[in-house]
Design a protein around this ligand. Structure first.
Ligand code: HEC
Ligand code: HEC
Length: 156
């Protein structure tokens, strides 16, 4: 009987300790694990036109301007309106790199390669938010070895 009382007291203490420490996760906040979190509101995308350094050599550069409302579908690609190599002299946008004109067989095309058509697969606009979790990743952006250039790409 006495042992049972001790056991119950212990159990109560353990449960109290578990309750005393509320669940917290940086990505979920205080929402219990069995409840859905409310998604944070979308903010205005960063639009300061400051190109950001890349963290590693083959990183697709992030987009330093807003892109909401830009149409990209089979009929029209708003990004290419400014970023196509033949448009960039006029638009002052960074021309897409030569790699974007190479198809999967290594053939250099006169138009953007189909595998690069949907820009937002790889390039993303930024939001002015603090990272949810710390990250000590160190890239190799210091490696300035130029990318292998294809034989020829459309002139700018
Ligand atoms: C109205 C012209 C215009 C349109 C449309 C446009 N951009 Fe840009 N983009 C620019 C300019 C100009 C820059 C250079 C930095 C700046 O001034 O914002 C730039 C910068 C960038 C960069 C950074 C390049 C680097 O090396 O740092 C990326 C990536 C990019 N844009 C992707 C896109 C994508 C993807 C779209 C379509 C969803 C798009 N842009 C639509 C004008 C445009
Ligand atoms: C499959 C992924 C992918 C897609 C899709 C893609 N890009 Fe890129 N992009 C990259 C990577 C990776 C780089 C950096 C290495 C390089 O230049 O190839 C890059 C580089 C760029 C740069 C910087 C060029 C420079 O010289 O600094 C611009 C601007 C750009 N892309 C725009 C675009 C636009 C506009 C589209 C859509 C028409 C697009 N990209 C589609 C992956 C992609």
């Amino acid at each position: 009987m006495k042992r049972r009382a001790v056991f119950i007291a212990l159990l109560a203490a353990v449960l109290a300790a578990a309750q005393a420490e509320p669940f917290f996760d940086a990505a979920r906040g205080r929402t219990p694990i069995d409840k859905e979190t409310a998604p944070p509101r979308l903010l205005n995308q960063i639009n300061d036109d400051q190109r950001l350094p890349r963290n590693y050599r083959y990183q697709p550069p992030v987009i330093p301007h807003r892109i909401d409302g830009y149409q990209v579908d089979r009929n029209f690609n708003k990004c290419l309106d400014c970023h196509a190599r033949e448009k960039s002299d006029f638009s002052q946008a960074v021309p897409v790199s030569e790699t974007h004109y190479v198809d999967r067989d290594g053939k250099v095309l006169t138009h953007i390669s189909r595998r690069r058509y949907f820009c937002k697969q790889c390039h993303v606009a930024q939001e002015p938010v603090a990272p949810l979790v710390g990250n000590a990743f160190k890239g190799d952006a210091g490696d300035a070895t130029p990318l292998p250039a294809p034989a020829s790409a459309p002139a700018r």
